[in-house]
Design a protein around this ligand. Structure first.
Ligand code: TRP
Length: 331
């Protein structure tokens, strides 16, 4: 069985794009692999050094992941800062990582541009911490998006370098986990092809959005002036609404509106009303779970302690072995 690990950003609520992208697959994957999912709260300090709402953000992400069906009894679900062994491995790895390779990293260069007032060492060594996250459990498969591929490549470099430097075959190099055709790309409501939290306001539908908010967002979604005669091409924004519909509505519903579009009799208002109701039916059970779990402090406490315990057991073993390999010895 393969060890799969994924780090989750500790800011931002989950939206439909996250759900149909990675998360739905995580829920499935947890039964097929040895899965570690963790909330990367140390990492968040590289961009938000003094966040007033750090704890609230982490809590909300934990709640939402649980609501989607990640089972803390099956997978190891934990919070990065609950596992201080990660910080120790990060320190040790840092000794064998070069300034030059970190400075060349695309995400670092981007951050230098974006936050010139706070180019901290944590930003520079972000990929080292990420490598520590992965190899502390000797994970071999990491589900990552395109934007994280370079970080993963660096994790492989650091794992291989460790093995070479200490003449061991200890860390397996981690590779991207490919969901292949199971990835469903959810478009945004603003006419762009991607749903994302950093896009325009109203572009994303969050799992925790209430029905009123969903209706409002969908009714405001970008369209065009409508087909004037049968058989016209579909513009991107309208195609987006159909793609959203394909994710949440029945095939009959999709066909009905496709026929209306092709016959040039469509009224986008009707399509949006239907789409909003189908999104609401889809997200309602998730939203209810979110509210239920969020009200249960005792459960969240239990889940986070259990996650930390399981993660630390694996992390402690690695740290013990790494210390021995490097040459730290008790007197
Ligand atoms: N850098 C990742 C992101 O921004 C989050 C992350 C941190 C991560 N540590 C990780 C992802 C380890 C995979 C494995 O999304």
């Amino acid at each position: 069985m393969e060890t799969v690990l994924s780090g989750i950003r500790s800011t931002g609520n989950l939206h439909l794009g996250n759900y149909f992208g990675a998360i739905r697959n995580f829920v499935k994957m947890q039964h097929e692999h040895n899965c570690y999912f963790f909330i990367a709260d140390y990492h968040s300090l590289t961009t938000h050094p003094t966040p007033d709402d750090l704890h609230r953000n982490v809590r909300q992400v934990l709640v939402e992941y649980l609501a989607t069906g990640i089972d803390p009894e099956v997978a190891t679900l934990y919070i990065q800062s609950d596992v201080p062994e990660v910080a120790e491995l990060y320190l040790l790895l840092n000794m064998n990582v070069y300034m030059g390779e970190l400075e060349r990293c695309t995400s670092f260069k981007e951050k230098v541009r974006k936050q010139p007032e706070n180019i901290n060492a944590g930003l520079l060594t972000y990929p080292v911490l990420m490598a520590a996250d992965i190899i502390i459990h000797r994970a071999t498969k990491v589900p990552v998006g395109k934007d994280q591929e370079q970080h993963l490549e660096m994790a492989r470099t650091f794992a291989n370098r460790f093995n070479r430097m200490y003449k061991v075959d200890y860390f397996p190099p981690p590779y991207a986990f490919n969901f292949s055709e199971e990835l469903v790309k959810i478009p945004g409501l603003d006419g762009s092809t991607k749903m994302g939290k950093s896009e325009a306001e109203g572009n994303a539908i969050f799992l925790a959005d209430d029905p009123k908010v969903i209706r409002k967002k969908v009714m405001r979604a970008t369209t065009d002036s409508g087909p004037e005669q049968p058989g016209e091409d579909m513009s991107q924004p309208v195609e987006n609404l159909f793609n959203l519909m394909r994710a949440v509505s029945t095939p009959d519903t999709v066909q009905h509106f496709l026929d209306a579009f092709n016959g040039a009799t469509i009224r986008y208002g009707d399509l949006k009303k239907q789409l909003a109701e189908d999104i609401i039916s889809f997200t309602t059970p998730l939203r209810e779970r979110i509210l239920e779990i969020s009200a249960d402090d005792a459960y969240l406490g239990k889940v986070s302690r259990m996650g930390a315990e399981k993660a630390r057991e694996s992390a402690r073993k690695t740290i013990r072995e790494v210390r021995e390999i490097i040459g730290f010895k008790p007197f």
